[in-house]
Design a protein around this ligand. Sequence first.
Ligand SMILES: [Zn+2]
Length: 138
Amino acid sequence: MSERVIPEAVLARRPNYETQAREALNMPPEWRIMSWEAKGDHPNYYGVLVTGAIPGPPISRGKNKGRPDWSKRTLEASITLTKEAEKAWLAAWERDTGYCHRCLGSGQKFKSWSSDHGTAYKPCPHCGATGLAQAKAA
Ligand SMILES: [Zn+2]
């Protein structure tokens, strides 16, 4: 297996902290994470505090030309995403999309990479390589 195809529906709603925070805070698609911080002490992390906003227009000059101007951000907001909330959100994500959140619907998981052979994949153990949501989402 060398090709990994991720469905369009998943690309539009990737199962990550940014999407989860955006949905929990009811923010528009342009809203992006600008910082995050693990909460709790190793190894007992209980979640992650994310802060995001809509950045200003790209910087027009200087060494940061082309980068988003975070100094002109709007809709700044923070939220702590606990492990429990993440688990529930991922289960809901699988119910809504019908896809496996681990392999993003491809049925494949990263195995290795080399300059000779490129990226190699192995079957996703979470969904049994079907790419589909599991009844008992982890
Ligand atoms: Zn999977």
